[in-house]
Design a protein around this ligand. Structure first.
Ligand code: URA
Ligand code: SF4
Length: 225
């Protein structure tokens, strides 16, 4: 009889450090094998930003450039996010940026590595890292960029197009987060970059910046003090 292979880990949970601090979290995440995505990616890309950031933004997963460089949002989508934040009055250097999934998922297309959306199971498997980041950072506001991030927090029934730009409260979360942060969802910056029509891109950029302005307004309000 063939010897059974060891079953792959079902989530990142078993890779979490026993003592939760930023350096131990970062070191542990680098060795995560909580789902299959580590196999084809270069490295784990954990979130980054000031430890005192009041706002956390969650994207989908590192892209091609993020995978090579090891930092979140350093590619084209990050560039668009920077411009939208500037327009909304949010300073990127004051934001903790992370992703729902910490490894780049891709398929070969010609000589390029083509982005693939993570599955629901992969998003679920990676959630312990997101929770640990949230626990350490204790942000006042969490912004979900796009459907994968929104799914990670609100579950699969959540519709970004219907709920975008509104402040949401934690009672909407199927699984509570370790902190009582306000929540806001909007589209993913890459979805704007992909639009073929220039006028549409401009319109959608303005809507995206308007959503982020709600985040800036919340942070400036007494509710966030
Ligand atoms: N898209 C994301 O969702 N995250 C990144 O870090 C880069 C691109
Ligand atoms: Fe671990 Fe997340 Fe990478 Fe899967 S995607 S191996 S759960 S860090």
């Amino acid at each position: 009889m063939r010897r059974e292979e060891k079953a792959p880990a079902r989530s990142a949970a078993e890779f979490l450090p026993s003592r939760l601090e930023w350096p131990s979290l970062r070191a542990a995440a680098a060795g995560c094998r909580g789902c299959e995505l580590y196999r084809r990616a270069t490295q784990t890309v954990l979130g980054e930003g000031p430890a005192r950031a009041r706002i956390m933004m969650i994207g989908e997963q590192p892209g091609d450039q993020e995978d090579r460089e090891g930092h979140p949002f350093v590619g084209p989508a990050g560039g668009l996010l920077d411009r939208a934040c500037a327009e909304a009055g949010l300073e990127r250097s004051a934001i903790y940026l992370t992703n729902a999934v910490k490894h780049f998922k891709w398929a070969p297309r010609g000589s390029r590595r083509f982005h693939q959306h993570p599955t629901r199971a992969e998003i679920r498997a990676c959630r312990p890292w997101l929770e640990a980041e949230t626990r350490l950072l204790r942000p006042q506001l969490i912004v979900c960029l796009g459907a994968s991030a929104a799914q990670a927090l609100f579950g699969p029934g959540f519709r970004v197009t219907r709920m975008r730009g509104q402040l949401l409260d934690a009672s909407r979360l199927p699984q509570p987060l370790p902190v009582a942060a306000a929540l806001l969802a909007t589209v993913h910056p890459a979805s704007i970059l992909r639009m073929p029509d220039r006028d549409e891109r401009h319109r959608e950029f303005a809507r995206f910046a308007a959503d982020l302005r709600q985040a800036a307004r919340f942070l400036a309000s007494p509710r966030a003090a």
